[in-house]
Design a protein around this ligand. Structure first.
Ligand SMILES: [Zn+2]
Length: 343
């Protein structure tokens, strides 16, 4: 547990390490002193602040988000304390308390990007506290650290929506394009043991991550059903989980059933229409009297109007298919009554 205590922590340099495993589909993040991390990797000893192996993509999906720039605001309050303060423990402690509270809360969130930023803010604060132009230097450095929290460009982009291309187009400072590559000796397969390390900016870590994804044919996507970000193994994948796949399957089945129902209604209408039409033709062919034909035509028109109206009602759910069908057969009795004498 890191303690945000009021003393210069000396020449500490906390770093953020990332190792991706393509085969196991995992990411490992370690936060701690560079030396301690190396020992941990090689001999699994030594204390670090954070060491977790999670499913691939988690880091980018859960990346700290700060659309309201609270981090920057907190840092600027901290920077205000540079001036006019004698660095005696008590004064610092009282003046800084609320801002330390913010960092502590971020650290306790357990989200590694927020944890690292909190620790690093504290470290940078003390590095510049007594120095010349301390507050400016402090704000400048933490600003770069917080940059991806707000979005790499002016707009607040969700990180997993970023393609490598638009990350690359962002304006970068030197520390944002540098990354340290570690290859612990005991690993025979260098690529599998590869770790990347940063101490001042998350941006090179993000680049590295997105580049590996591109190389491995993976991408982060937003689920079409629930909107959650997820790791897609193919660009054709649109859904995050079996739960969402089930939702889609149910919807597709319902759509199919509605279509079948619709087809049934159309078919029933067409059959009955044909029945009427044939009766009309037979009347004419058998030279039925004009008034009989006129009566038929009137009834046929009435049938057509009524049938079209009811067809629409079945579609909107106001009438059941059964009732529609019953009505059609009732009409059939009418036409049978009109076309008498075996015509
Ligand atoms: Zn989903």
């Amino acid at each position: 547990m890191f303690e945000f205590i009021n003393k210069n922590r000396g020449l500490t340099n906390t770093v953020f390490m990332l190792a991706l495993d393509k085969k196991k589909k995992t990411e490992r993040v370690i936060i701690g002193e560079a030396g301690a991390i190396k020992l941990r990797l090689e001999r699994n000893i030594s204390d670090v602040l954070y060491d977790k192996t999670r499913p691939l993509g988690r880091l980018l999906l859960d990346f700290e988000k700060d659309p309201d720039k609270e981090w920057q605001l907190n840092a600027s309050y901290m920077a205000d304390n540079f001036a006019g303060l004698t660095p005696t423990k008590n004064v610092e402690s009282r003046a800084l308390k609320p801002y330390i509270g913010f960092l502590e809360q971020k650290y306790m969130s357990g989200e590694p990007t927020a944890m690292f930023a909190a620790v690093k803010t504290w470290e940078i604060y003390w590095q510049h506290f007594k120095g010349k132009d301390g507050s400016e230097k402090f704000l400048n450095r933490v600003g770069k650290l917080y940059r991806p929290f707000f979005g790499l460009r002016e707009h607040n982009l969700n990180l997993w929506q970023l393609s490598s291309a638009n990350v690359m187009s962002a304006v970068l400072f030197t520390e944002e394009s540098q990354i340290e590559l570690w290859q612990p000796l005991k690993k025979r397969n260098a690529r599998r043991g590869e770790c990347v390390v940063t101490s001042s900016s998350f941006i090179p870590i993000i680049f590295y991550y997105l580049e590996r994804f591109e190389e491995w044919g993976l991408q982060l996507k937003k689920c079409k059903i629930c909107g959650t970000g997820f790791l897609a193994e193919s660009r054709h994948y649109e859904l995050c989980s079996n739960k969402c796949r089930k939702v889609t399957a149910v919807a597709a089945k319902q759509q199919y059933e509605e279509k079948i129902e619709g087809d049934k209604v159309v078919a029933a209408y067409e059959n009955h229409y044909q029945y009427w039409y044939n009766r009309g033709r037979r009347l004419k062919r058998n030279n039925a009297p004009d008034e009989e034909i006129a009566e038929f035509t009137k009834a046929f028109n009435k049938f057509r109007k009524g049938a079209i109206k009811r067809k629409a009602e079945v579609k909107s759910g106001d009438l059941s298919f059964m009732d529609f069908s019953t009505w059609l057969f009732e009409q059939q009795e009418i036409v049978d009554g009109l076309v008498k004498h075996g015509r």
